[in-house]
Design a protein around this ligand. Structure first.
Ligand SMILES: Cc1ncc(COP(=O)(O)O)c(C=O)c1O
Length: 378
C-alpha cells in the first residue's frame, strides 16, 4: 500500500512555482539597479500597501517585531507607562512593550474569536495606561468597534498587532486602518510573506509615520548625518519590497481561497463531539491565517495526525504572561483563565491557498477517527 501524501503546515514551494516568472523579474530588476537599500520598490510597496489597507501612510521596517517596537517609541511610551494587550499571542507583542521600558497589562480573550475581550478592557485601564494593543490573532480581527468606543472615552490610541491579519476586515474596513496605527509582519509564513524578514507600520497620521521612519533610520533629520533622535537601523530592504509587491497583487485571491478552505474545514469537522471550531464574528472577515480548533487531549491528537503524515501546530502553548522573559509583567497562573485554557487546547490545522479539498477531507476524517477511538476506549 502506498503511504498517503504528507500534508505540510504550509507549502511555499507550490506558491513559488506559480509566481516564479514574476518573482524572477522583480529580483532581476533590483539586481540590475543595485539599489539594495532605499530603492524605488520600497516607496512603491509602501504606497500600494497603504492603498490596500485604506491608510495614507505605510512605513516599511525590518520585521514585525520592530514594527511594534518602533511604533511604541514613536508614541513616546517608556518607563512608568502601561500598555494593555493580550497574552494569547506571539512573544513579540509583549517583548516590544518591555523593550521600551513600559509594563504590559494583560487582559483575557474572547473564547470564540481568540481576541481581546472588550468586556475585560475598561477595568484594566489606569492613570498610567498609554495605549491599547489588541492582536488580530489567526487572522481574525479583534472587536475593534467595542475597543475603539472604550479607547475614545479614555482618549487612548489603539495600535493593532495585525502581524497575522493582512486583508482581514471589520465591518468592511481593512486591518491596518482600524486603529490609530497598525503593525504587520511579512515573515515568510504569513498570508503576505517575504523571502526573509520584513515588516510594515500603517497609519493615517502623517506625523506619527514620520517619527516611525525617522527612528527606523538612525533618527536622521533632514540631513543624513544629522541624527536628531535616538534611532536604529530597521530598514525594509529593496529585494524584499520587490518580492512583496509581486505577492500583494495575489493577496486578495489568496484570502478568498483561505476563506473557502476554512468553510470546507467547518463543514467537514462540524458535529465532532468535544471539538470546538473557530467562529467568525458577524462583523468580521477573517484572513484565516490559521484554522484553529480546540480539543481536550490536543497533544494526543497532534501525535495522531503526525503519525499519519499530517502537520499541525500549537500557536501558542504558553500564554505570554507566563513566559519567563515576561517576568517584568508579574503575570501568574490563574490571571487569565480563558487564555490559559485555550493554550492547553488549541491546535492549528494546515490552511493555505494550495491546500486541496481532499487534504481537508483526510484531515477531518483523521480528527473524527481520533475522537471516536478515544470514545470507544472510555
Ligand atoms: C502576533 C504577532 N506579532 C508580532 C510578530 C512579529 O513579527 P516578526 O516575526 O516579523 O518579527 C508576529 C510574527 O510571528 C506575530 O505573529
Amino acid at each position: 500500500m502506498t503511504e498517503p501524501r504528507p500534508i505540510p503546515m504550509i507549502d511555499l514551494k507550490a506558491q513559488l512555482e506559480v509566481l516564479r516568472p514574476e518573482i524572477d523579474d522583480a529580483i532581476e530588476r533590483v539586481l540590475a539597479s543595485t539599489a539594495f537599500v532605499f530603492g524605488p520598490d520600497i516607496r512603491e510597496l509602501e504606497r500600494e500597501y497603504a492603498d490596500f489597507c485604506g491608510t495614507s501612510e505605510a512605513c516599511g521596517v525590518a520585521n514585525g517585531t520592530d514594527a511594534l517596537h518602533l511604533s511604541l517609541r514613536a508614541y513616546g511610551i517608556g518607563p512608568g507607562d502601561e500598555v494593555i494587550t493580550v497574552a494569547n499571542t506571539f512573544i513579540a507583542t509583549g517583548e516590544a512593550i518591555l523593550l521600551v521600558g513600559a509594563t504590559p497589562v494583560f487582559v483575557d480573550i474572547d473564547a470564540d474569536t481568540f481576541t481581546l475581550d472588550p468586556a475585560q478592557l475598561e477595568c484594566a485601564i489606569t492613570a498610567r495606561t498609554k495605549l491599547i494593543l489588541p492582536v488580530h490573532l489567526y487572522g481574525h480581527p479583534a472587536d475593534m468597534e467595542a475597543i475603539d468606543e472604550i479607547a475614545r472615552r479614555y482618549d487612548l490610541p489603539v495600535l493593532e498587532d495585525a502581524a497575522q491579519a493582512h486583508g482581514a476586515e471589520w465591518k468592511g474596513r481593512r486591518a491596518g486602518s482600524l486603529g490609530h496605527a497598525a503593525c504587520f509582519s511579512f515573515y515568510p509564513g504569513k498570508n503576505l510573506g517575504a523571502y526573509g524578514d520584513a515588516g510594515m507600520v500603517t497609519s493615517s497620521d502623517a506625523d506619527f509615520a514620520a517619527r516611525v521612519r525617522q527612528i527606523a533610520n538612525h533618527g536622521a533629520g533632514t540631513h543624513r548625518y544629522d541624527n536628531v533622535v535616538l534611532g536604529t537601523n530597521s530598514r525594509l530592504d529593496t529585494l524584499q519590497a520587490a518580492i512583496l509587491r509581486v505577492k500583494l497583487r495575489h493577496l486578495e485571491r489568496w484570502t478568498e481561497q483561505r476563506r473557502t478552505r476554512a468553510a470546507a474545514y467547518t463543514r467537514a469537522l462540524e458535529g465532532i463531539p468535544g471539538v470546538v471550531l473557530p467562529r467568525e464574528h458577524a462583523d468580521a472577515r477573517s484572513a484565516w491565517h490559521l484554522y484553529t480548533i480546540r480539543v481536550p487531549g490536543r497533544d494526543a491528537l497532534q501525535a495522531h495526525l503526525r503519525e499519519r503524515g499530517i502537520a499541525s501546530a500549537v500557536h501558542y502553548p504558553r500564554p505570554i504572561h507566563l513566559q519567563p522573559s515576561m517576568a517584568g509583567a508579574r503575570g501568574k497562573e490563574g490571571d487569565l483563565p480563558v487564555s490559559e485554557l485555550v493554550s492547553r487546547e488549541v491546535l492549528c490545522l494546515p490552511i493555505y491557498p494550495e491546500l486541496r479539498d481532499e487534504d481537508i477531507e483526510r484531515i477531518a476524517s483523521e480528527v473524527r477517527s481520533f475522537v471516536s477511538e478515544g470514545a470507544s476506549r472510555r
